[in-house]
Write a protein that binds this ligand. Sequence first.
Ligand code: ZN
Length: 75
Amino acid sequence: MSESKLKEAIQNKKMLCPECKKPVEKYEKFVETVASVWDGAGDSGVETEGGKATLVCGNCDWKERTEYWEEYIDE
Ligand SMILES: [Zn+2]
C-alpha cells in the first residue's frame, strides 16, 4: 500500500467511487503509516506499512479519509 499504487489506480481509473461507481478523480493529503508489531516471543518484530489518504470522487459528493483505499481499487 504505497502512494505510487494509489496514484496509478486513480490515473488508470481503477479506483471506483462506492456511491456513483465512476472513477475517483483525485486524492488528497496522503500520509504514510508504519506500525511495529511484536509477536510476543520478544525476538522478532514485524513492520507493516500503509498509507492514509482522502479520496475525492469528483463526480458526486463522495469523499472519504481512509487507510483502506485499496478496497476501492477494481482489478
Ligand atoms: Zn462518486
